[in-house]
Design a binder for this molecule. Sequence first.
Ligand code: DGJ
Length: 722
Amino acid sequence: MNRFFTLLASTFVFATASAHSVPESQSRTIEMVADNLKLTLMVGDDNRLYQLGFGDADKTVAIPDKTPAREMEFLPAYGNGVITEPAIQATHTDGNTSTDLHYVSHKCDTLSNDVTQTVISLRDPAYNFFVDVYVKCYAGSGMMEIWNTLRHDERGGKVVLYRYASASPLLKSKEYWLTQFNGKYKREATLEEERLGEGIKILDSKLGVRASQYRIPSFMLAFDHAAREREGEVFAASLRWSGSFQLAFDMDWNKSLRVITGINPLGSQYYLERGATFTTPAVLWTYSRNGKGEASRRFHRWANDYAVRDAAKARPVLLNNWEATHCDFDEERLVGLFDGAREIGAELFLLDDGWFGNGEFSRDDDKHGLGDWEISTKKLPRGLSYLAKEASKRKIGFGIWLEPEMVNPNSELYNRHPEWIITQQKREPILGRHQEILDLTRPEVQHFEWQVIDNTLRPNPGVSYVKWDCNRYVTQPGSQYLPAHEQSHLLVDYNNALYRLMDRFAKNYPDVTAMLCAGGGGRVDYGALQYFHSFWPSDNTDPLGRIKIQWGFGHFFPASTIAAHVTRMGKRHLKMAIDVALSGTFGIDLALDKATPEERRQLADGVKLYKNGICDLVMYGELYRLVSPYETPLAAMSYVSKDKKKGVVYLYQTEDGNVPVVKMDGLNPDSRYKVKEVNLPAGTAPRFADATLTGKELMEKGLSNPLTAQFDSAVLQLENID
Ligand code: DGJ
């Protein structure tokens, strides 16, 4: 049964019989606090739910003595007086297109020392139509997670849900500066900031099975001026959904900004059965009075505590073969690469695309074989177990690439089941990267995709790592499985089925480390990431491009999740490629067997440095962005350990020019730190002389920066010596 749809008993009890339940008569205001972020709601005399405040928890929120204007409704529903952008729109079984939501009750539960959850029950006074608003507050990180459930007990058929936002809070400021994380293939998560004007601004995705080709479902909003790193009010939000999304920013003449977030309503009307519950994805909100740096750190803290799989488990340094070989390899070449991996100290070999398909469907390029998950007898006659054993002999792990959701028309699978693909009837199927998407709403496809995973991993216990790819998006959202009147369920049901599959994978293979990938960073969101240890941010591994891409994702996702591999793309200095990879989950993806001894030595030094000094800071440190590559020719950032005893600083020249001084952040002002430049190729003199400085000096006076030329880079380690 769909994780998001639970059939309920036919009689509803809408005032929950919990010990913490607050009946209507006892409470007119509801306050929810997640550390520094407070949401204050009020039940008006008309019984509707209004928002009084959303923001700084220290600010007193005035409680009006009369019912606020309808524009202040917390979850505006279409059709009975709401004239602004609605969060909820439903057509009832008798054809009435309006909904009105009235407060019934609410309850607060303490789920742990850190987490409280409030559920506010609303219903339409004229219909058995119910919405429960969930607000989960994480005190430690100051994260508020909000979602809704919708259900009905109306006679006479299905209620049609046209809009079902996850949340629609109101913000109040003089000015709003919106940062989106825009991009495309090889240019993911590029920052784009603008001042919002009156009217509605929509950021969205219509891609169905991966949220991003253009942007990720995350954004930041700064008050009064463009977002700054260390000061000013900033909200950061992220939708936990991998499918099409919509983020709508609707500013009225009064400068109130309603932010409606959720699944994209375009073509997604949902026919809700009587007794079924529709659960929206959750949206995460956090708030900072001290600029966007703190907002990012709050996201990272929450993610490590609640959203990333095994956040504290070390990620192996891996050697991937994609850039080195694409689909062109054999056993001998791979085993040769294992030797190289071992020599430089890598811990795992990740075999990418191209290991499957036979005969005319041999996966020798991206036009063939996807869907036929039998090992290639031509390339790998002794199978995956042999490779895993050879890797293990060399004391390295072995991982495998999978793309279970897709099929090439040139495959046995497609020949057997052309009806399994997502496409529109009476239209010529449109290919993307020469492939089609399997319709995961179909039970046989759900079974098949599980078998792809299980049949690969179960007989090969030596496989300890999976890279899960998704190389195209939906362009013809039609299902040959769903009935005509439920075609618009496709993308919602697909993503819920996908999460069930990912969950099954994570639960059945708890020791297999997993990387989320979608033709680069096409599926980076906290809906999917809960089943993975890291994600592949981009196929752009030219360090020059990667600096900004990793910078962008780092606004929401901790460094421990951002896979960063050294490649030869762009043919930059190897040192720069290594320095950039050292700021994420370090790995390598190049033809080691063709590298010079000097290059291999440099890589081995990089691995050693990562394992012996930097890895802990990437995994558990706190990110401070110091100098932005969007404003200067330099990108500078650091990770500082939580006890402030250690740090690592990265400086990358993205263009010619000089930023003379770089001020550190997040250090203990009174402690003394030894500053040492590391990762210097043999014979290179340090540009930064060893020094001992106090945290105050490092943060207030800063470090002189000698770098001036494009492609120069430096990594500095800070160590407290008190
Ligand atoms: C896209 C990924 O981003 C690449 O790293 C690689 O795995 C290819 N797919 C393989 O087809």
